[in-house]
Design a binder for this molecule. Structure first.
Ligand code: SAH
Length: 213
């Protein structure tokens, strides 16, 4: 199936019905074909609103969750964004249409390589993908206007909080990996950090160190 008009309409309808209402987010999600980020067996289920398996035992997130997280970040066209957890690259591609610059990191080199090829094919030239342990952020590129973590941490990692600009925001799923997690939005003010809880979610865990492949 290609991202034809019918599939696209249903996909966007599902997003709206789950609370993705921001016009710029919906239009970015309309433009980025999710199927390009899913290799192999599950490829033909790309337009269903569910997470799907990708290489290295990881998952591509559920589209409505991608939409909710992106919407919560309120990205502006001049923003520099860090994503921790490249996975398939789908979330990064959507960020790339909304932001000036996107840095994305994953602990699996193989995922970074596969995603980078898709970014190239789609001519998303404002994304740079690195293999790294993202819990330490990217000190060389910091500070960031926006940070999105797409793996669950027990607490928002300290180095990421430190790499957030004053006035910047981060969204991160927080909680034990085998339990329901909460999607948290952190806003950095002059005087400190403000936390608000958005909804419950389920993500693969943020893991220390680099993966084997
Ligand atoms: N955003 C992705 C989904 C990510 S799944 C998408 O759009 O497809 C979570 C990803 O986080 C996995 O690929 C996993 O390898 C990665 N990850 C887990 N712990 C990490 C860490 N410490 N540093 C970087 N990436 C990590």
């Amino acid at each position: 199936m290609s991202f034809d008009a019918e599939a696209k309409m249903q996909f966007l309808f599902a997003l709206r019905s789950k609370g993705v209402t921001d016009k710029s987010v919906l239009s970015a999600m309309e433009r980025i074909d999710r199927q390009a980020f899913i290799q192999g067996y599950f490829n033909d289920r790309a337009y269903e609103d569910m997470p799907l398996p990708i290489a290295c035992g990881q998952t591509i997130s559920q589209p409505s969750v991608v939409g909710i997280m992106t919407q919560a970040l309120q990205i502006g066209p001049r923003d520099k964004v860090l994503e921790v957890g490249t996975g398939s690259g789908y979330q990064a591609a959507i960020l790339a249409l909304l932001a000036r610059r996107v840095y994305t990191v994953d602990r699996h080199k193989r995922l970074v390589q596969t995603a980078s090829k898709v970014f190239e094919q789609m001519e998303l030239n404002n994304i740079t993908a690195f293999t790294a342990d993202g819990s330490f952020g990217l000190p060389d590129q910091a500070p960031f206007d926006r940070i999105i973590v797409t793996a669950a941490a027990e607490d928002p990692p300290g180095p990421l909080l430190a790499q957030l600009k004053i006035g910047g925001t981060m969204v991160v799923p927080v909680g034990q990996s085998d339990a329901v997690q909460h999607l948290i939005r952190v806003t950095r003010h002059e005087s400190g950090f403000e936390y608000d809880e958005l909804r419950s979610v389920r993500f693969v865990p943020l893991v220390e160190g680099l993966g084997k492949d």
